[in-house]
Design a protein around this ligand. Structure first.
Ligand SMILES: Cc1ncc(COP(=O)(O)O)c(C=O)c1O
Length: 416
């Protein structure tokens, strides 16, 4: 892999983008639309293996985004993909699920001390939306409280007129601010079915925020005192912070917990987990999907979770994440570039002093990410990264060497 800038080719990518514009509205959709990324970021990829990724022009990258989270053990992990292939060979999509469904639910319940059941679907949005339906059925109330601007899925259940506006039936509080939760509760006049909270605050482009123990415990107490269901949205944090759930280290247990992303190492599956007291409400709430019962993703999830447990994957992720965080800080200091690194080390986010993404002004982050891409490291400029256990010491060394050069470019361009 080249370690110096090389003006990589993006010809095949450009041609695919042109063809896409003819047959896919806007050429692409969702946050995977590369149009908002630096010019040298590819839209289309050809292959992933371990910690590396290749775009359609054959450019290679150490991957610090991991498909926006799903890749936890590296691309094409042998144990996971063999388990999925065996399930696929036996017939993946049948009239009902295979035994894998029960085995996976047993494993999930086993590793999550407070939970009694697991309910499986495909996407994180399936799980968060179903969680609100269960809470509404269980309580007979309507309103859901979420943290301001928190993302819980692309669904009219969550999003109103635009991304920043909550849907009908959803009102907001401030993350880490119990007073604002109490105010939202007072305003909803006894009609609150659930409070949903992300494992940590991760709005795009701004510093991440870990929950304070007081906030987490306070939410639990408010829910208990008012008969409200506490939903932990662990779609982004799940299995990168703690295998028993991202709030396990805080000692705070939710009533429902939504997982997706990392659970199947890239195979499509999500889960909602919950307490026995809510299983009647689940039974009364209809939910299904054409592909929710396929067994290959369930086999993949079982293999992913078992591998994480057997190899102490979380410790490995923390080790890589800490090396990256301290290496970035040292390099930034050496070049006089002010940065902030926030959130869990295994889900890294770096923001730059002087940038303001909320005003769509993050030129330093964009320049840094672009210089890294040119040197074979894929880091999203403003979305948090995700680490995989496949990332090696050599990958970190390469990333830090490239970062040193990228900080030098940022310093030359912005430090006046
Ligand atoms: C915290 C959180 N909740 C829910 C979702 C929605 O998950 P999905 O895109 O799988 O539907 C996401 C996706 O990024 C997320 O980060």
């Amino acid at each position: 892999m080249a370690s110096h800038p090389s003006a990589r080719s993006h010809q095949a990518d450009a041609s695919l983008r042109e063809r896409a514009r003819a047959v896919i509205p806007n050429g692409m959709y969702g946050h995977q639309n590369a149009v908002n990324l630096p010019d040298n970021f590819p839209q289309f990829f050809a292959r992933g293996e371990g910690s590396h990724l290749w775009d359609v022009d054959g450019n290679e990258y150490v991957d610090l985004l991991c498909a926006y989270g799903p890749i936890l053990l590296g691309y094409q992990h042998p144990k996971v993909d063999e388990a999925a292939a065996a399930a696929q060979d036996a017939g993946d999509c049948l009239n009902g699920p295979s035994a894998k469904m029960v085995e996976l639910a047993e494993l999930l319940v086993d590793i999550t001390p407070w939970a009694d059941w697991a309910w499986l679907a495909k996407n994180g949005t399936d799980a968060t939306v179903f969680a609100t339906s269960v809470a509404r059925t269980a309580t007979g109330r309507r309103e859901i409280l979420r943290a301001r601007s928190a993302y819980h899925g692309a669904s009219p259940n969550w999003i109103g007129a635009d991304m920043a506006t909550p849907a009908d039936g959803v009102s907001e509080y401030e993350f880490n601010d119990l007073t604002s939760v109490q105010t939202a509760l007072d305003q909803a006049s006894d009609d609150v079915a659930a409070i949903i909270v992300s494992a940590f605050k991760h709005d795009v482009g701004i510093d991440q925020e870990l929950p304070t123990p007081e906030f987490a415990r306070g939410l639990r107490d408010l829910c208990d005192a008012n008969g409200i269901v506490l939903i932990l949205d662990d779609v982004r944090g799940g299995f990168r912070i703690d295998m028993a759930g991202s709030w396990a280290p805080l000692g705070v247990d939710p009533d429902l917990s939504a997982y997706c992303k990392a659970i199947g190492n890239g195979h499509p599956i999500s889960a909602l987990m919950g307490r026995e007291s809510l299983s009647d409400a689940v039974a009364k709430t209809f939910g299904t999907g054409s592909y929710w019962f396929t067994s290959a993703p369930m086999a993949a999830a079982q293999a992913t979770l078992e591998t994480m447990l057997e190899t102490d994957g979380i410790a490995h992720l923390e080790q890589i994440g800490s090396a990256l965080r301290s290496g970035w800080q040292q390099a930034a200091d050496a070049h006089g570039v002010g940065i902030r690194q926030t959130g869990p080390v295994t889900i890294p986010l770096m923001t730059f002093d002087g940038d303001d993404f909320t005003a769509r002004q993050a030129p330093r982050a964009y320049r840094f990410a672009s210089e890294l891409a040119e040197r074979g490291v894929y880091l999203h400029p403003v979305h948090n990264g995700f680490l995989s256990t496949a990332i090696s010491e050599a990958d970190i060394a390469h990333t830090l060497e490239a970062s040193d050069e990228a900080f030098e470019v940022v310093a030359a361009e912005f430090n006046g």
